[in-house]
Write a protein that binds this ligand. Structure first.
Ligand code: HAM
Length: 432
């Protein structure tokens, strides 16, 4: 093969696209039910936005960004995540003035230059939601409920919700100091990057995959044990609200989110059946990000979920039927090129009601009907020389084998009648 897709990317092939579309449909339904409006910021933004929002010391920004200089010398980056762009969009378009909660949803590709492995890609897709303008715990619980509702609507049964808190500007600085102290003198165990992080941003040591750094953290203090009263009360209220909704969760004192903007609640939803990359989605509160990016002080919370990972689980568990059977569609078989205008006219009329695929190949009827069956459509419509002369068509119900030749103008009516009734019992149809 001369050309191959770039490492860490995926092709969405026709066999998987029906499932992809159904997931997209589930996402659209659930976010609509919860009152979220869809937005779509660009796929690249100023590099500076991600550095500012996600954090310069994060792996995502310092190691994984696809950055480039455009023809005017500006540094741009493919988005590694969606929150920064949404926040930029909200500020730039003045969407915050209206009062109430601004609820936004998005779906699209993200890019991270990480080492590819199962469930981890360089181009992947996320759907996500961001809710801005309210700082109370009820909104955090709503988002977790929304994520769980989406995953359940996609057919997933077993989920694990992990919940934590990263504190706020009141309690985190003192905790960071304690952590720094705990790591001081551990330089022999820390990797060179974490030796720097100990000084600049010790929380990021939790991101590191090196064993030495893990060891060094074993006995280090945890944020959850050093929350201020307000942060603790916030977390407990989120937990109470989740319990009310019968959403099972567990507290995770070790949860590391790889992005710097979080305050207070952080959460992840895992599929226990997945291997190392088991997080289907994650998010949390970011009460200062809007202000840090130049907007008015605005508390906010959001999450996003990885669609490739979700697709993998759904396929494994057979949760949504893997092939979308277009059981109401038709396959139009032409027996002669002279039938082309005839076919175009019929297809245009039928497409107002059902999907229609036209076979112009001139292959044998047997070969064409075989393809129709592979497509999983319910009807074949056969156009041969007799039908052209009579402005008629032969409709065949592929489920029952029944077929009937009728005036072209009556086709849709008969299709709709057959669709409305159960497939008629098979009987000896005149062969063709
Ligand atoms: P994140 O945890 O970095 O959060 O990513 C969210 C989800 O995207 C992960 O749980 C995972 O399912 C998927 N994901 C991440 N990286 C990859 C990858 N390399 N390959 C495949 N899937 C991946 C965020 O991105 C935040 N923006 C979430 C958020 C929104 N927080 C507040 N608002």
């Amino acid at each position: 093969m001369k050309y191959q897709r770039p490492r860490g990317t995926n092709d969405l092939t026709p066999d998987r696209s029906p499932l992809w579309r159904r997931l997209r449909h589930v996402y659209e339904e659930v976010v609509t039910q919860f009152g979220y409006a869809e937005v779509d910021p660009p796929i690249f933004e100023a590099t500076e936005l991600f550095a500012r929002a996600v954090g310069e010391d994060t792996d995502v920004v310092s190691k994984e960004m696809y950055s480039f200089t455009d023809r005017k010398g500006r540094s741009l980056s493919l988005r590694p995540e969606g929150t920064a762009g949404v926040v930029r969009m909200v500020i730039e378009n003045g969407l915050l003035g209206g009062g109430g909660i601004l609820r936004l949803a998005y779906w699209g590709p993200m890019f991270r230059y990480d080492r590819p492995q199962a469930g981890r890609y360089r181009q992947f897709h996320q759907f996500g939601v961001e809710a801005l303008g309210e700082g109370g715990p009820a909104l955090d619980a709503e988002l977790i409920e929304l994520l769980v509702a989406t995953l359940r609507a996609a057919g997933l049964g077993e989920l694990r919700v992990d919940l934590g808190s990263v504190g706020d500007r009141c309690c985190r600085p003192a905790y960071v100091e304690r952590l720094r102290e705990a790591l001081t003198g551990m330089d022999d165990r820390l990797c060179p990057t974490c030796r720097e992080r100990r000084v600049t941003n010790p929380l990021r040591v939790f991101d590191c995959k090196e064993t030495g750094c893990h060891e060094a953290l074993k006995h280090a203090p945890r944020m959850l044990d050093h929350l201020c009263d307000d942060c603790r009360a916030h977390l407990e209220r989120v937990e109470a609200l989740l319990a009310d909704q019968a959403i099972p969760f567990r507290r995770d004192r070790d949860m590391v989110r790889g992005l710097d903007y979080y305050t207070r609640t952080v959460f992840e939803v895992h599929d226990p059946g997945l291997g190392a990359q088991s997080a289907l989605g994650g998010g949390g509160r970011y009460d200062h990000l809007v202000e840090d990016c130049g907007g008015p002080p605005t508390p906010a919370v959001g999450f996003s979920a990885g669609i490739e990972r979700l697709l993998g689980v759904v396929e494994q568990e057979g949760a949504l039927a893997a092939s979308e059977r277009r059981s109401y569609g038709a396959y139009l078989s032409l027996m002669t090129p002279a039938a082309e205008p005839h076919a175009a006219r019929i297809a245009a009329r039928l497409r107002r009601a059902i999907p229609v695929e036209v076979d112009f190949t001139g292959r044998s009827l047997k070969a064409q009907l075989k393809t129709a069956n592979q497509r999983g459509v319910r009807f074949a419509i056969i156009l041969g020389p007799d039908e052209i002369d009579a402005r008629s068509a032969t409709l065949k119900d592929l489920d029952s084998g029944v077929q009937k030749t009728l005036p072209e103008s009556d086709l849709l009516e008969l299709i709709q009648a057959w669709l409305a009734s159960e497939p008629p019992a098979p009987r000896a149809a005149p062969g063709r």
